[in-house]
Design a protein around this ligand. Structure first.
Ligand code: FES
Length: 56
């Protein structure tokens, strides 16, 4: 599922970024560019990051 339409970032990509070493929402944002345009996806993106971090 797409989390960020502006940047075309999926929840899978966010998970992969965390498995590859990102350890915060800020890391993910810098790596994938998520929420760097309209910002509407920030809330959902944070949620995916939080969920994934609680699993690893
Ligand atoms: Fe992510 Fe617009 S949907 S910045």
């Amino acid at each position: 599922m797409y989390v960020c339409l502006c940047q075309g970032v999926t929840d899978g990509q966010i998970r992969d970024a965390i498995y590859d070493g990102c350890c915060s929402y800020r890391d993910v944002r810098e790596t994938l560019g998520v929420a760097s345009q309209c910002g509407k996806c920030a809330c959902l993106a944070k949620q995916v990051v939080r969920e994934t971090l609680s699993e690893v």
